[in-house]
Design a protein around this ligand. Structure first.
Ligand code: GDP
Length: 198
């Protein structure tokens, strides 16, 4: 898929105020600093569609971008900076869980994880939460340029093992990406394109 237009539509923290149009949408989420803004900019070919920043937790809203006039890319806030609490669910801001539980247009979530690190508790909690709610999702490994191909493979394998240990029957669909090298862009866009055509 070639992205010919990418326009910002609305930011808010209330799922009821998200666009009413019945267009398929794809939501990007992950811990702050995982490389989400860079990935969104890479995918759309726009340098500053999503605001990149070294400052954790900056994007605190649900941001809708209309792509090619026929689907929405949704940039969700980074999680993991909320107050520590007893249940995983409370760790994620309420409007994020409302978004995943109520947004009918949502087709697929993309959970971003840094390929350099071992599976983090908060990411696994979020992934398990999506599983519990039966929300379709893929995993996007980011910053692949920071390690070599062999280590990438080993880290993906280690992640898969963790997922299986956590009770998943198989590793969900995943993508290995690097925003600085343009890696994985075509694969992610092709996946979205194919789902949109189904
Ligand atoms: P966000 O907080 O998840 O939106 O993360 P950003 O996109 O702002 O990226 C956080 C930091 O990681 C920035 O310093 C980026 O330059 C860096 N970064 C993001 N993606 C990549 C990547 O693919 N490769 C490398 N080497 N650095 C990256």
């Amino acid at each position: 898929m070639k992205i010919t237009s990418a326009e910002f539509v609305i930011s808010n923290s209330d799922v009821k105020k998200c666009p009413k149009e019945p267009l398929p949408e794809y939501a990007f989420i992950g811990r702050s600093n995982v490389g989400k803004s860079s990935l969104i900019n890479m995918l759309t070919g726009r340098n500053s569609l999503a605001k990149t920043s070294g400052r954790p937790g900056k994007t605190q809203l649900i941001n809708h971008f209309k792509i090619n006039g026929n689907w929405f890319l949704v940039d969700l806030p980074g999680y993991g900076y909320a107050r520590v609490s007893k249940t995983a669910k409370k760790t994620f801001q309420k409007f994020i869980t409302q978004y995943f539980e109520q947004r009918e247009q949502l087709v697929c979530g993309f959970v971003l994880v840094d390929i350099r690190h071992e599976a983090q508790k908060i990411d696994l909690e979020f992934i398990n939460y999506l599983g519990e709610k039966q929300v379709p999702f893929c995993i996007i490994f980011t910053k692949a340029d920071k390690i070599g191909p062999k280590v990438q493979l080993a880290h993906v394998e280690a992640y898969t093992k963790k997922m299986l240990e956590a009770g998943w029957e198989e590793m969900p669909r995943y993508f290995v990406t690097s925003s600085s090298k343009g890696l994985g862009k075509d694969e992610v866009l092709e996946f979205i394109d194919n789902v949109n055509k189904d």
